[in-house]
Design a protein around this ligand. Structure first.
Ligand SMILES: Cc1ncc(COP(=O)(O)O)c(C=O)c1O
Length: 421
């Protein structure tokens, strides 16, 4: 039934039916949560054997209990090189959080500029940063914290709208762009080859423009043949723009979020430029944790096995959510959603002006969703349309119930809106 084609009377009776259903849900005293983009406890159990590892000496004799190794263990850098396909020399292994490395990176640009800056960013009169939206709220918050004007760029099924990006970067105040190029948070899409090429090739007015390439979900496929992402460094090298790329990833959703191993990669020139700053900042990261990770996941083959075990737990949860959306909302004309091959999220678009209402209705029926608006800069979705759904943390049973309530709320909010006209 396409709700957009219904007359007033049919809309009113559909509203009465959904209201009755919704009231029933509200009496059940539920406490369900679709807001947490976190692994479920069974996923965390997969890495428990790693905590049994008490080794402290690396193969090359490095005593991991002691200071040293500003860029992390060489073997860990090699591991990341194998995973990402990037040269070993361009990789720095950090602490437990890639978001922390991203914050530090922007903070260094503010204080010292990039290798290509004329002056530190904090001395610029105006600073702007491009935020593809729907996107990752924590990225936006980093640049908001440093006083950037956040400029929204629409996301398409292939990545940020590059026509818009190429126009915006003609402004010298635009210093960079946030990117989650594979299984993007929250849409789950992977950037097309064309988007990656244009990102590497585009002419920017700012000589120190940066692409914050957060490949957080590089290996997080839950289908046999995951999405393919073009190597942005290789593309950038071809046109001499490799200094603009800052690449990040971590094992947060491979082993333990908050207790994993993060990495960053940058061009030769950038690494040389930031080396003195990093060595002033730290004597080195937690090498014992890196060694534990290397013994638990010694190579890409072991990593792939670990990701298959994650996929076996995650894929059924996505299936429950997606089949509920399709069963309840397909053909209604009031919602559309993404169907990713990996990552942690599904992005749901409801009728304009309805996302906040859906969020409220869900809350009152005991289902917590990520706040409506959170996927846009400043937490404001101009169309009030987008909701980020995170199916991994709930048990399959709870997820089924939460998805039903969500669909009921989407219908209820749409019917209320359509009856206002
Ligand atoms: C796109 C993206 N980047 C980074 C992070 C956080 O990564 P880390 O735990 O390495 O700081 C998340 C967590 O949800 C994420 O979705």
């Amino acid at each position: 039934m396409n709700y957009l084609e219904l007359g007033k009377q049919a809309l009113s009776s559909a509203l009465a039916e959904q209201t009755e259903k919704y009231r029933q849900y509200c009496t059940e005293g539920l406490n369900l949560n679709l807001s947490r983009g976190k692994p479920c406890p069974e996923q965390l159990d997969l890495s428990l054997p790693m905590l049994e590892i008490t080794a402290w000496k690396d193969k090359d004799g490095t005593d991991c209990r002691n200071y040293g190794g500003t860029y992390g263990l060489d073997r860990m850098r090699r591991f990341w090189s194998e995973v990402t396909g990037l040269p070993f020399e361009n990789i720095i292994v950090g602490g437990n959080s890639s978001l922390n490395m991203m914050f530090d990176t922007v903070s260094r640009f503010m204080l010292f500029g990039t290798a290509n800056s004329e002056k530190p960013w904090c001395r610029e009169e105006k600073l702007k940063f491009l935020c593809p939206a729907p996107g990752y709220d924590r990225h936006f918050r980093v640049t908001q914290q440093f006083g950037f004007e956040l400029v929204t760029v629409p996301m398409t099924a292939e990545g940020p709208d590059m026509n818009v990006v190429e126009e915006l970067v003609k402004d010298p105040a635009v210093k960079g762009i946030w990117c989650v190029p594979k299984y993007s948070n929250p849409t789950g899409i992977t950037y097309s080859d064309e988007v990656v090429r244009r990102m590497a090739r585009m002419k920017t007015a700012a000589p120190d423009f940066v692409v914050m390439w957060d490949n957080a979900y590089a290996v997080h496929d839950f289908v046999e043949e995951g999405d393919h992402l073009l190597d942005i460094f290789a593309e950038a090298k071809q046109c001499g723009t490799e200094d603009r790329i800052f690449y990040f990833s971590s094992t947060s959703k491979i082993t333990f979020p908050g207790a994993g191993v993060a990495m960053m990669a940058a061009s030769d020139r950038n690494l040389k430029y930031i080396a003195p700053v990093i060595s002033a900042q730290t004597i080195g990261p937690d090498k014992l944790n890196q060694l534990r990770h290397l013994l638990f996941l010694p190579d890409v083959a072991a990593l792939k096995e670990q990701m298959k075990r994650h996929a076996a737990l995650i894929a059924p949860r996505f299936e429950i959510l997606l089949s509920a959306l399709s069963r309840e909302l397909a053909g209604t004309g009031i919602a559309s959603w993404t169907e990713p091959n990996g990552g942690y999220f599904v992005s749901l678009d409801v009728l304009p002006g309805c996302a906040k209402r859906v969020w409220e209705l869900c809350r009152d029926a005991g289902v917590v969703l990520t706040e409506a608006g959170a996927t846009f800069p400043y937490g404001v979705d101009p169309q009030d349309t987008n909701l980020r759904l995170a199916p991994t943390f709930c048990s399959p049973e709870d997820l089924g119930t939460a998805a039903e309530i969500l669909c009921c709320a989407v219908k209820l909010a749409a019917l209320e809106k359509l009856l206002e006209r």
